[in-house]
Design a protein around this ligand. Structure first.
Ligand SMILES: NC(=O)c1ccc[n+]([C@@H]2O[C@H](COP(=O)([O-])OP(=O)(O)OC[C@H]3O[C@@H](n4cnc5c(N)ncnc54)[C@H](O)[C@@H]3O)[C@@H](O)[C@H]2O)c1
Length: 251
């Protein structure tokens, strides 16, 4: 890449987002590491800088329109115009339907759907001006339906629709939009699920691996590698797609 391009990764303080931010820095991007609390982004930023990359920590709640605009403006001013965006920030509020509160529903919609919409809307201006852009949205195998996740599976299926529409609207400006639907990835999110169902994490991952064709659970780097592919210059003809990264053909 001739000039260093600027990528934004949301929810990049830990887990899949942190691994993705590090991978994109290795690929030559200057990376804006966005998460709820700027202080929590420090570890990811230090790791990128220690490896010789460029990164900026930005605190932002992606479900808040004003914070999103301020964060994108700050990234543009301090790192350069962002032309790659990974909408990764996420939360779970799992509950069976009859116990799911309106707050459980709204919180999950707010972070995943409203967050990805607000970030994409704010960043597209820079992509259109540059006549180049890459958007990757984190969906999930839960988009196909998952017990206890009426809110989350709806949001993750919604992100697939957003991805396809962004691909259609922005394609003529050199922008691609794709979604990754991970299966079980070992992160704090799946740790929290293990806790909720009262299992040790090791026991929980072993049970999950037993039903995965490649006989292991995923690691954050498995998803970071897939993001890296979509952001590559040579992936410019791949758009509006959803790739299931789940160690097998089914969720
Ligand atoms: N772990 C899995 O098995 C799995 C599977 C499929 C999809 N995903 C998706 O991948 C993404 C990353 O998951 P993870 O496992 O790394 O989760 P994680 O909980 O480890 O990390 C999520 C990060 O998002 C941040 N975040 C939450 N709300 C935010 C907000 N409003 N604004 C900014 N940042 C916010 C959190 O602070 C956290 O750092 C999520 O979208 C998740 O739904 C995960």
């Amino acid at each position: 890449m001739a000039d260093s391009r600027v990528a934004i990764v949301t929810g990049a303080a830990r887990g899949i987002g942190a691994a993705t931010a590090k991978r994109l820095a290795e690929d030559g991007f200057a990376v804006a590491v966005i998460d709820l609390d700027e202080k929590h982004c420090a570890e990811t930023v230090s790791a990128i800088e220690a490896a010789g990359g460029k990164a900026l920590a930005v605190g932002c709640d992606v479900s808040d329109a004003e914070q999103v605009q301020a964060a994108v403006d700050r990234v543009a001013a301090e790192l350069g115009a962002p032309t790659a965006l990974v909408n990764n920030a996420g939360v779970i509020r799992d509950n069976m339907l009859f116990k799911m509160s309106e707050d459980d529903w709204d919180t999950v919609m707010g972070v995943h759907l409203r967050g990805a919409f607000l970030m994409s809307r704010a960043v597209q201006k820079h992509m259109v001006e540059a006549k180049w852009g890459r958007i990757v949205n984190l969906s999930s195998t839960s988009a196909l339906g998952n017990r206890g996740q009426a809110n989350y599976s709806t949001a993750k299926a919604g992100l697939q629709g957003l991805t396809k529409t962004l691909a259609i609207e922005l394609g003529k400006y050199g922008v691609t939009a794709n979604a990754i639907a991970p299966g079980f990835i070992a992160t704090d999110m799946t740790r929290a699920t293990a806790e909720r169902v009262g299992m040790e994490f090791e026991e929980f991952t072993k049970a999950a691996a037993a039903s995965i064709p490649v006989a292991r659970v995923g690691q954050p780097e498995d998803i970071a590698n897939t993001v890296s592919f979509f952001l590559d210059e040579r992936a410019g003809f791949v758009s509006g797609q959803v790739i299931y990264v789940a160690g097998g053909p089914k969720a």
